[in-house]
Design a protein around this ligand. Structure first.
Ligand code: NAD
Ligand code: UFG
Length: 336
């Protein structure tokens, strides 16, 4: 039996492959390498000593997915594959809807045709609308402000409907908060193409000299220091959340959404200071205007994950900052 990992060469996928292999699972990866390098998987092999069957394929290619499921005796699927840049999704909405929605529909069709019944889907805290109170529970109001977010919410609906039509299916919608950090070896990590949109890759690329300075997007929010507050979660904790979700999918039928976060919010300046302290570095920054679409405070209520998955995030803010830098300093230009 193996687990099919779509988008497994990417940031969260590669760390999840590593955790699954260490837990004794067999994995098989499909990735079209649109936003990744297969070097990540070679490094997972180096860390685990286990070859990963890898197909440079598009998930939308249903016939190929069916063939791979049969060949590798796939029992469950973790669906990471998707485009994820919010700004790009505003500029190219059709590309986002086409890639992110069609891939899920075709994957579910491949599951129908092959009898695979368990699916873990990468959703996001972005599906929560702005009129919620924090901490966010899974019952929070839903709604999005950009096409990327809508693809996540629409995918959730597609999968809920698929689960309703197949009462023996188990679908876990994991709503990630803000993944950061890297495997503690510094061998695999996040390798954004172009200028990073997210805070921590920007901070570590500034530390390594690829960027002049960080721009803090606004210091006039209603937070303890005026900068935006988010729920940063170590990518290895997030990866372990997927192992727990795979196990949960064997115990229940239906479709359920679960937050993966720490339940703690840190501001942009908290993160900068923690990164400086953990690594003995100085991060030059300037305060800029707010980024359109950002809100003051987002953090999770992680109780449902603890209750249903028996999982909670264990790594500290210091671990996140140390591992982020360890990866960046060992790989100043990522996998290139
Ligand atoms: P990533 O870009 O590193 O990984 C996604 C992978 O999917 C890439 O390797 C890409 O090449 C591949 N891919 C894209 N479209 C594909 C297709 N049609 N067929 C085959 N492969 C395809 O991103 P990540 O940070 O690892 O995120 C994984 C998932 O988690 C994504 O769905 C993302 O939207 C979601 N997510 C990420 C975050 C975050 O902050 N990183 C937060 C919430 C949710
Ligand atoms: N920020 C800066 N400067 C930067 C980058 C970010 O000040 O150069 C600030 C933002 O304004 C925000 C915080 O750092 O206050 C975090 O920003 P990120 O872009 O790292 O993360 P977001 O919370 O905006 O969004 C992320 C993912 C989304 C996902 C969302 C919820 O990018 O895809 O988390 O999970 F949907």
């Amino acid at each position: 039996m193996s687990i099919l990992i779509t988008g497994g060469a990417g940031y969260i996928g590669s760390h999840t492959c590593l955790c699954l292999i260490e837990k004794g699972y067999d994995v098989v990866v499909i990735d079209n390498l649109d936003n990744a390098s297969d070097e990540s998987l070679k490094r997972v092999t180096r860390l685990t000593g286990k070859e990963i069957p890898f197909y440079e394929e598009d998930v939308r290619n249903t016939d190929k997915v069916i063939e791979i499921i049969g060949k590798h005796n796939v029992d469950s699927v973790i669906h990471f594959a998707g485009l994820k840049a919010v700004g790009e999704s505003v500029a190219k909405p059709l590309m986002y809807y086409e890639n992110n929605l069609v891939s899920t529909v075709h994957l579910a069709e491949a599951m129908e045709k092959t009898g695979v019944k368990k699916l873990i889907f990468s959703s996001s805290a972005t599906v929560y609308s702005q009129n919620n109170i924090v901490p966010l529970t899974e019952e929070g109001n839903l709604g999005c402000t950009n096409p990327y977010g809508w693809t996540k919410l629409m995918n959730e609906q597609i999968l809920r409907d698929a689960a309703k039509a197949h009462p023996d299916w188990s679908i876990v919608l994991l709503r990630y908060f803000n993944p950061v950090g890297a495997h503690e070896s510094g061998t695999i990590g996040e390798d954004p193409s172009g200028t990073p949109n997210n805070l921590m890759p920007y901070v570590s690329q500034t530390a390594v000299g690829r960027r002049d300075h960080l721009t803090v997007y606004g210091d006039d929010y209603d937070t303890h220091d005026g900068t935006g507050v988010r729920d940063y979660i170590h990518v290895m904790d997030l990866a372990m959340g997927h192992v727990a979700a795979v196990e949960y999918a064997s115990r229940f039928n239906g479709c359920d959404a679960i937050n993966l976060g720490t339940g703690v919010g840190y501001s942009v300046l908290d993160m900068v200071k923690a990164f400086e302290k953990a690594n003995g570095l100085k991060i030059p920054y300037v305060i800029g205007p707010r980024r359109p679409g950002d809100i003051a405070t987002v953090y999770s209520n992680p109780e449902k994950a603890a209750r249903l998955l028996g999982w909670k995030a264990e790594r500290t803010l210091e671990d996140m900052c140390r591992d982020q830098w360890n990866w960046q300093k060992n790989n100043p230009n990522g996998y290139r």
